[in-house]
Design a protein around this ligand. Sequence first.
Ligand code: NDP
Length: 282
Amino acid sequence: MSDIDGRAVAKALREEVGEAAEKLRSEGVTPTLAVVVPTDDEGTAWYVRSIAKTASKVGIDCRIEHLKDPGRGEIVAKLQELSADPAVHGIICQTPLPEGVTLSEVGGYIDPYKDIDGANPHSLGRLAAGLRTWAPATSAAVLELLKREDIELRGTRAVVVGRSTVVGKPAALLLLAESATVTVCHSRTKDLAAVCREADVLVAAVGRAGMIGADFVKRGATVIDVGTNPTEDGGLVGDVDYDAVSPKAGRLTPVPGGVGPVTTMLLLRHTTEAAALTQTHA
Ligand code: NDP
């Protein structure tokens, strides 16, 4: 088995995004990403700081909009304000959101032309219809890794474990668009291991540390581990039992160092694409 090196893919993307940002700046456009942070959650704060740091390295301005104990109305108002601001090209809204507020609902207030993390249900609809849009960055990272590693998708059996709006569903739609034969599994799927064993490409997006064991994996399959589960000692593990699965899988993404770094770079690539669109429309 060989690892799929997400950090190497992210490095290649960094070069490309840096060049795109530099071109925009030479044309007088400062690509700008706004990150709405409606929580004091420490993990979220850490993630947002890491996005801002990477953004500054590639020449993208990152505006962090922290909202203290917001209600739904304040979040919606902020998303509307940023959507109307011509200096902002990309908008993302972090989670967790306040009790009773969902990203699918408030995401509807992000201008679709700035919806670089596919939070507006309009974007998911466009994805389903095969129209140009930005898929949520994590699901796009799954495809980016598979494509950059030249993994054949057409005609293959792909199984996605997880059906969330932010990861599982869009990842399934992206795989389908590449002509894979896609099965989506969830907590009610019967005999999950047997379904997963049919996969040439297995995507785990569950949020349960190590639940995908060797008995879930066909020998030689490609396994993409989206899961990020914090450990007691402050580390991070995936949904895949790495030690058990790695001797059996053909290719496997590690956690950390797999999907995560590519996701961040795709948020930034999408921001440059959104900024370039404003040029086309100018
Ligand atoms: P959700 O909790 O929204 O969805 C989890 C999905 O897993 C649901 O569809 C659920 O099924 C399914 N599920 C739960 N338990 C089981 C089980 N025992 N067997 C089969 N399916 C099960 O999570 P997300 O989609 O938001 O995230 C998934 C993982 O990806 C998490 O670890 C998250 O941290 C990580 N993540 C990583 C990112 C990255 O950049 N690397 C970014 C975003 C997320 P049901 O619908 O039936 O409840």
